[in-house]
Each structure stands twice: as C-alpha cells, then as structure tokens.
Design a protein around this ligand. Structure first.
Ligand code: Z5A
Length: 210
C-alpha cells in the first residue's frame, strides 16, 4: 500500500508544466508534505539515456512507432521500480512531469497507435500504480507551440506538425472526461497567477480527502 500520493502534470508542449512543478512542490511543502519531483521519460540514469535517444532529432535510422512506445514503457519500468514506488512506500509524495496519460495522448493520439496495446503495457508495467491526481494543463496548441519555440531548438516531438498536437490535445481531453475524479483540467491559457490559482484549488481538494 502506498502512503504517499502520486501527482502527475500533463499537457501539450510549452503549456507550463515545468514552470508549475516548483510552485506545486512549494505549496505541498508549506503543508509539511515531503515531495520529490521527477519526470518522464526519464527520472533514473538509465531512463534519462532512453529519453535522450527518444528526443534526438535527425538520426540516420528512423525510430519506429512500436520502438518509441516500448522505449517509453522501458523508461517507465525503471522509473517506477527505482524512484516512484520506493518513494511512495516511504510516505513521500511524488510529483512527476508527464506519465502514462502522455503515452495515450502522444503515441495513442499523435501516432494513432492501438490504445489497447497501451492499456496492456500500462497494466503489465505499472500493476495497480495510477496517479492520485493528474493536473492537465490545457491550452490551444498555438499558445504552447509559441511558448516552446521561444526557447530555441525543437526536439523530435516538438518538430511534429500541428495536426499531431491537435490529436494529442484531443486524447488528453477525452481522458479527462473519462476519468474526472483523477484528471483535472487547468486552463493554461491565462496569466500564470490565475493558472496557479486553479492548481491551488485542486491541491486543496486532494489535501482535504487525504
Ligand atoms: N512523451 C511521449 O511521447 N510519450 C510519453 O509517454 C511521455 C512523453 C512521458 C518530452 O516531454 C517529450 O516526450 C514530449 C512528449 C513525449 N514532447 N513534446 N512535445 P517534455 O515534458 O520534456 O517536453 P515538453 O512538453 O516539450 O515540455 P516543455 O517544453 O518543457 O514544456 P512545459 O514544461 O509544459 O512548459 P514550460 O517550460 O514550463 O513553459 C514554456 C514557456 O512558457 C516558458 O518560457 C514559461 O516561462 C512560459 N509560460 C509558462 N506558463 C505561462 C503562462 N501562464 N503565461 C505565459 N507564459 C507562460
């Protein structure tokens, strides 16, 4: 049984996940909660190597969609066994920048891969581990793309066409409708203080039921 809570941050590129990670950590720490922050793909030495392979652009050999999906779950397996589950068992809260909803959105939506295969891998790799709360930062895709492009060079995912990101957003929003108890949609297309106001409300709700 987990004693800590597992919170994930999701959304298209550039919507403000990294920006809000620190804010959420600070909010929880104010409540006396011990939190670790991590990210996917990545979070362990080996999983970060997989991340670098996945984000690298212009490689000679194309990465197939199946290879991409399996690498996401390979990284996740390492991350769960060595970081996420041990922390939760110790009573720490885990705040993770992206998790399996991103696989449904990017591989299932963006790449149109079989959702049943993703669900099968989710069960096999995660067992019963699922987020307690997922904050889905949602904004029209041009908002996120504009914000992300101001940072400079685009990685392999960021270089996709806008139709890819439309499908990603659509699947995220479909999942939020399917799992309204866990996935909370935050309007990321507003000033940061308003975004953080919405996030604070969701954290308070989680703290009340804790
Ligand atoms: N991926 C996948 O395909 N399948 C999977 O299962 C998983 C991942 C787990 C790496 O993720 C890629 O992996 C990702 C999907 C894929 N690719 N894409 N796209 P990532 O999380 O590292 O990459 P990312 O989504 O591109 O994250 P990001 O670029 O770091 O974006 P962000 O963290 O959401 O945004 P940010 O860096 O916090 O903010 C961007 C800029 O906007 C920054 O200058 C902020 O100061 C600014 N900002 C933030 N909020 C605001 C507001 N409210 N107003 C104005 N400006 C703002």
């Amino acid at each position: 049984m987990n004693e800590g809570k597992f919170i994930t941050l999701e959304g298209g590129e550039g919507v403000g996940k990294s920006t809000n990670m620190l804010f959420i950590k600070e909010q929880l720490e104010k409540e006396g909660i011990k939190v670790i922050t991590t990210r996917e793909p990545g979070g362990t030495g080996f999983a970060e190597k997989i991340r670098a392979l996945l984000l690298e652009k212009n490689r000679e050999e194309k990465v197939t969609e199946k290879a991409e999906l399996l690498l996401m779950f390979a990284a996740r397996a390492q991350h769960i066994d060595f970081i996420i589950q041990p922390a939760l068992t110790k009573g720490l809260w885990v705040l993770c920048d992206r998790f399996t909803d991103a696989t449904y959105a990017y591989q299932g939506g963006g790449r149109s891969m079989d959702m049943k295969m993703i669900a099968w891998l989710e069960d096999k790799v995660q067992g019963s581990l699922r987020p307690d709360l997922t904050l889905l930062l949602d904004a029209p895709i041009d908002v996120g793309i504009d914000r992300a492009s101001q940072r400079g060079k685009l990685d392999r995912f960021e270089s996709e066409k806008s139709s890819f990101f439309e499908k990603v957003r659509e699947v995220y929003l479909q999942r939020a409708k399917l799992y309204p108890q866990v996935i909370k949609v935050i309007n990321a297309d507003q000033d940061l203080d308003k975004v953080q106001g919405e996030i604070r409300i969701q954290l308070q709700k989680l703290l009340v039921i804790e």
